[in-house]
Write a protein that binds this ligand. Sequence first.
Ligand SMILES: *[C@@H]1O[C@H](CO)[C@@H](O)[C@H](O)[C@H]1NC(C)=O
Ligand SMILES: *[C@@H]1O[C@H](CO)[C@@H](O)[C@H](O)[C@H]1NC(C)=O
Length: 283
Amino acid sequence: MPFSPAAKALFVAAVALPAVVLASDGPMVPNYEVHLQLDPTVVLDSDYRLTTAVIEEFAMPTTVTKKNVQYIDTVDEALDAQGWSCRIRNIENESGFDLTYKWRLDIDNGDITTALNTAYADGWNSGQGNYAAQVDWYLDMQELSISRDYTASSSGYSGTDDPTEADSRTMLIDNAPGMFDDWVSSGWGTTELESGVIYGPVLTKVSVGTWNDVELDIEIWPIENSAGTGIDYLVEASFKTDNYTFASVGITQLQDLLTSKGWFLDASNSKEALVLANYHPTS
Ligand SMILES: *[C@@H]1O[C@H](CO)[C@@H](O)[C@H](O)[C@H]1NC(C)=O
Ligand SMILES: *[C@@H]1O[C@H](CO)[C@@H](O)[C@H](O)[C@H]1NC(C)=O
């Protein structure tokens, strides 16, 4: 069964372009990632793989890349309450674990400029070259994310195994950047991570294709349902661009294509938010 569509806020897509700031001390300049969901009952075959029609439409190879994803937060989601998430991924055939510290802010009514200014007032500026700002653009919501990546050793692990709870805590504490660690008070982030637990893992599969001359990814996420009684498949198509207009026009064009094929799912889910909501670790 597909995820039911999230409750919808009226979303106004037509807004002013964020001003491009060239100074090193000004609001961050984001890129854009457009996310649309596909109906898993239509686009997946009985083995939960993309159908040939989808693979051919986007000129995808039949091979997929596995990414095993887990999030670390406290049992009461103290990091999430401050807009932070800590993600660990083991990507097939890449060495080391991929660590991401990400801060998020809701964008209201498509007003990206106000979100960037709010983030600037909170200490995020264009001079922070180790961080990347991105507008995650869903069917009927947008979020600003600011993230920083690290690689940690996966020595002792094999395949796409993700680290244990103890190792996850240690590697996230050891790499914690100052913006995360001192967000609430000095050492806040690492103190919370000491009691961090695993949300997930979710063994995802990514197919990489092309649409409108840009890379189009389709990810399949088997996520536990909220009752914990089974798995729901979330299938998401996404593309990235630096160009606001391309994102804005493209989300409608891609939606139209998916709709014409009968593949479109009228839902707006952040994958990370679903994992946090549906997994209930207690340790
Ligand atoms: C990973 O490596 C294995 C063994 O070389 C290979 O069979 C597989 O296709 C590779 N997977 C990807 C996504 O490159
Ligand atoms: C941005 O995308 C629009 C729509 O595809 C295109 O017309 C425009 O040339 C692009 N601008 C840049 C700077 O690439």
